[in-house]
Every structure is written in C-alpha cells, then in structure tokens.
Design a protein around this ligand. Structure first.
Ligand SMILES: Nc1nc2c(c(=O)[nH]1)N[C@H]1C(S)=C(S)[C@@H](COP(=O)(O)O)O[C@H]1N2
Ligand SMILES: [Mo]
Length: 539
C-alpha cells in the first residue's frame, strides 16, 4: 500500500524527463544502422562484377596474411577449424563497436570526428584490395568506397534527424513547411525505431547479396564429373592394415572428417570448364593443361597420410586418404627442369604458395591429385586439383586449388609461410598419438587397451613402444604397414593398478631413430615430444 510519504516525495522530486535528442543509445543505434546500410550497399555492388569481393572478406584476408604465426597457431589451438568463423566474428565485433562509437560521436555528442570511422574503414577496404595476394584491378576498390560513402551518408542523415529532435525552431520550421509532421519527427523512441528498421533492412539486403554471390559462383557438380579410373588401380587395403579395436582412429579418414587448414576465408569456387594448370619458370617447355588434359594423362593412386605443421603433440591435424591423380615427376620431366632450379612452387588461384626442393622428386609418390578416397577432391580440399607430397608438411607442399607450378630457386622466392616465420623446408617429424584411453578417462583396474596411430612419412614406422609411469618400455602390436608414407595403427594391453597413471608412447622409424622426448612448438618446422595421457583407475 503506497504511503502518503511516498506520494509526497514524488511531488517534491519530479522524475526528470530525458533531454530531447536521440541520446547515447540513439546515437549508437544510428551508427550501427549507418554501418549496416553501408555494408549492404558494398555487398550488393559485389554482385555486379566477379572482380569485386566483399570488403569484409578482403580485410579478413589481409588480417589472415598479417597475423604473426603464433597468433595463427593460438587461433587453431583455441578454435580449431572454426578459426575463420572466429576471425569474421572478431571483424564484425570491431566494426560494430566502431560504428556505434561513430554514431554516438556524430549524433549524440555532435562531434564530426565520428565521420572518420567510415572513412577509415573505406581506406582499410581499399588497401586490402591493393595488397591482395592476387592482382586485382584498381577499380576493385569500388565496393569499399561505396560502402564508406553510404555509411557516411547514413551518419549525416541520422544527424539531421537528431537535429529535428533537439532544435525546437527547426522542428517548428519543418512542421510549418509540412516537410514532416510532428508525429513523423517523433521522439527518441521513433528515432531508435527508424535506426533499427534501417539496420534490419540492410541486414536483409546484405545477407541476400552474399547468398546470391555464393550461388552465382560456378559450382562443379562433383557427382556428375566423376573420376577417371587409375590406369593400374591399387588393391583395396589389406585387412591386416587395420586393427579391430573400438575407438581407434579409422585408418582411412572419411573426406568429411578430414582436417581442413588454409588461409582461405571462403572456399575458392573454381569452374572446372575454365580451370588451367600452368607449369612454367625454369623449365625447357612451358606446359598448360586444362582439366580434361590432366584427366587424360596416366592416372595413378597412392595412399598418403597428410600432416599439418601446426599439429600439436597428440593433435588431430593429420589425416589419411587414397589420393588419385597424375605423377608430379612425370609431368615435370616432360616440361624439362633447368639444372639450376632447386625449388618447386605450387600456386593456388587465391595466391597462396607452397615450395619444396626439386630433390623431393626422388621417386616418391608426389601427385597432382584430383581424387580423394574415390571422390573428386571436395571444394574445401582443393577442387579441382592439389599437390600431395609424401613426407612434407602441408604448408610447404600441398597447395590446394592449384593453378600454377613454377620452377624457381630458393634464393629467388619465399613461399607463403616463410616470411611469416616458418621454415623454408619442412619434412614431417615422427609422431605417435594415443587415441585410447582418452585423456583423463576413468578406467577399471586390470587390463586396459592402449591404442593409436603413428606416422613418419617416407621413413615408415618400425616399432611403437608404450610405458606406464616411467616404467619399462614395452613393444606394442603393429597393424601391417600400408607403405612408408602412411600412418600405422598400434595397440597394447597394459595392466593398471588403482590410482592415477600416465601412459606414454613413442615410435622408432624406418631408419632406426627413436622419437625424441624433447618438446618443441610447431613453429618453425613442426612439434616434437611424446604424447602422454593421464588416466584414473578405479577399484
Ligand atoms: N591454397 C592453399 N593450399 C593450402 C593451404 C592454404 O592455406 N591455401 N594450406 C596448406 C596447409 S598448411 C595444409 S596442412 C594443407 C591442408 O590440407 P587439407 O585442408 O586438405 O587437410 O593444405 C595446404 N594447402
Ligand atoms: Mo598446415
């Protein structure tokens, strides 16, 4: 029951009516709306020409190129294959904060300095185009410029509407001239409502434009395209190459589960009709092939395990597939390599490059792959063609969306990751992963199966050994090796007493070298150290 005293207080201290004007919230809303309309205009313009690209993605690409490698490894460690989503969310959040601040500055605080924000983002977008990995025409900056102009215009418009709210004379004047009725000018809520409506409309246009842009991109009907058969197909994997153990990593990684690592914010969509592969540089005869030419050559198959240099000890950036394609050494022999060339560079349609020594052509199954586990390469894994080189980390060898192979010299060209701190050459280091029991698993006392995979591509895995709590090393059972370029499953039964125990595994490669226990980070040429897992053994 309200007390008279309360009523009294009310009368003495009337609730303050907010000052006229859109307020901070209105300013922020107007800033966000202006940015949204600007972005939508930019996205819509990208539909006009395929040389245009979303300025947000362009800026994202430059961020990808510029972040120091340790940040990249952190992003992979934190977000895994979602690192790109995380980046785009980060860019979106930065844009939103800057837009809101710009709106508050211009609309609420009446400070023109807020106009710097759309200008700055326009310049950022333009610079991102000029510094792109692949050459772009100068006019490719237009979406960024248009976006900045429209966003700036949005701020001017919002400021005028705010003036209508604040300035009684202006308000009276406009009512008199009947440009706008009082109700149309409205108050703060109407102002924020209009901003929200504009932002909503812009979101629909922007997202719609991106959808259309994506669906316009030539998409190969991979099913339709089919795969040529290998001239001498490999036999199916022998039964002995897989151990029958629940929870062990499947020997062949299904394409959908294969790890994906690349610098591409959006998967390049390549029209198989117009795609070409050019072999040039320090060669006797330049060769240009289209997809039919490539498919018409001798087709081989090879079982190869691929590994990312960023893989942490025990990590999942490794996968195994049966690749189908054309032998790189055959093709390069046909082009004729200059004796003084020492580097083979693979260049992607998106400007990414890898580079590896010509001495790698030592008879190993280096391929220009067009097929992966019986299917055409999935777009995310490089459709229509990529390099796969046994024994080298992906970043130096496995160019996806391949369009050029250039013969050059290491002293003349640095491939993509070299100026970013990674090693020029990167042979794969021996690793042994414990798949089960899982880290921190509860297991019953008594016999427990420890199992996993080990890899040392080109050298092969000779033995895997396991120990419990610094006890003696014991030899694990190995599945039959597929070949020296593929990982190998292993398993062992250990007897565990109650308590907390550490399991540790190591391999001995085909040269007799024992996997080192020395822990080093992935940067600059791949992690070393032994995978250990802790288990809790109950009674
Ligand atoms: N065009 C392009 N190819 C690329 C990369 C890239 O960023 N762009 N990344 C490389 C790296 S670091 C690795 S580990 C492998 C990963 O291939 P996957 O995504 O098919 O597993 O692709 C390589 N090829
Ligand atoms: Mo990688």
């Amino acid at each position: 029951m309200p007390s008279p005293t309360n009523d009294h207080t009310h009368a003495d201290h009337p609730v303050a009516t907010p000052p006229p004007g859109p307020g901070r919230l209105g300013g922020a809303a107007a800033g966000l709306a202006a940015a949204a309309v600007g972005l939508a205009a930019a996205e819509a313009l990208t539909l006009v020409s395929d040389r245009f690209r979303s300025p947000v993605l362009d800026v994202g690409d430059r961020v990808v190129d510029l972040v120091p490698p340790f940040v990249k490894d952190l992003a992979i460690a934190w977000f895994g294959t979602n690192d790109k989503v995380a980046l785009l969310v980060g860019i979106g959040a930065t844009l939103a904060v800057a837009a809101a601040l710009a709106g508050v500055a211009v609309v609420h605080a009446r400070r023109r300095i807020g106009h710097v924000v759309p200008i700055a983002f326009g310049v950022l977008g333009a610079v991102s185009v000029w510094t792109a990995r692949v050459d772009r025409p100068a006019w490719a900056v237009l979406p960024a410029v248009l976006g900045a102009l429209v966003a700036g215009g949005g701020l001017v418009f919002a400021r005028r509407r705010a003036d209508d709210l604040v300035d009684p004379e202006r308000r009276v004047e406009r009512e008199r001239r009947a440009t706008l009725s009082a109700s149309a000018i409205g108050g703060r809520r109407a102002f924020i409502g209009l901003s929200a409506a504009m932002a909503g409309g812009a979101a629909v246009v922007g997202v719609g434009a991106r959808r259309v842009a994506d669906s316009n991109a030539p998409a190969a009907d991979l099913g339709e395209l089919g795969l040529p058969a290998a001239d001498a197909p490999l036999a199916p994997l022998r039964a002995g190459t897989s151990l029958d153990i629940d929870g062990i990593t499947s020997l062949v990684t299904p394409n959908d589960d294969f790890y994906r690592i690349d610098t591409a914010l959006t998967v390049p969509r390549i029209d198989p009709e117009t795609w070409t592969l050019r072999i040039h540089g320090m060669v006797d005869d330049e060769i240009v092939l289209d997809l039919d030419d490539l498919r018409g050559r001798e087709i081989v198959e090879a079982d190869i395990t691929m590994t990312c240099v960023s893989n942490l000890v025990g990590g999942g950036l490794v996968g195994h597939a049966r690749w189908l394609g054309v032998r790189l050494d055959d093709l390069l022999a046909e082009a004729g390599i200059d004796a003084s060339a020492d580097q083979i560079v693979g260049r992607s349609v998106d400007g990414y490059t890898c580079g590896f020594p010509t001495s790698t052509l030592d008879g190993r199954d280096a391929l220009i792959a067009i097929g992966m586990n019986g299917e055409p390469l999935p777009p995310a894994h490089g459709f229509p063609a990529r390099l796969v080189v046994p024994g080298l980390y992906g970043y130096v060898s496995a160019t996806k969306w391949l369009t050029e192979i250039e013969l050059t010299r290491f002293d003349a060209f640095d491939h993509y990751w070299v100026p970013r701190g990674y090693a020029v050459e990167a042979p794969i280091k021996t690793q042994t992963r414990i798949d089960l029991p899982a880290t921190l698993a509860d297991v019953p006392a008594g016999p427990t199966t420890v199992a996993g995979v080990a890899w040392a591509q080109t050298r092969g895995i000779e033995a895997v050994e396991v120990r419990v709590d610094d006890g003696p090393w014991r030899a694990a059972t190995l599945a039959d090796a597929i070949n020296a370029d593929s990982w190998r499953q292993w398993a062992i039964e250990v007897d565990l007493l109650e308590g907390r125990h550490t399991l540790e595994a190591r391999s001995i490669d085909g040269t007799g070298a024992v996997q080192t226990d020395e822990r080093v980070d992935p940067l600059p040429d791949g992690a070393t150290g032994r995978h250990k897992t802790v288990v809790f053994v109950g009674g």
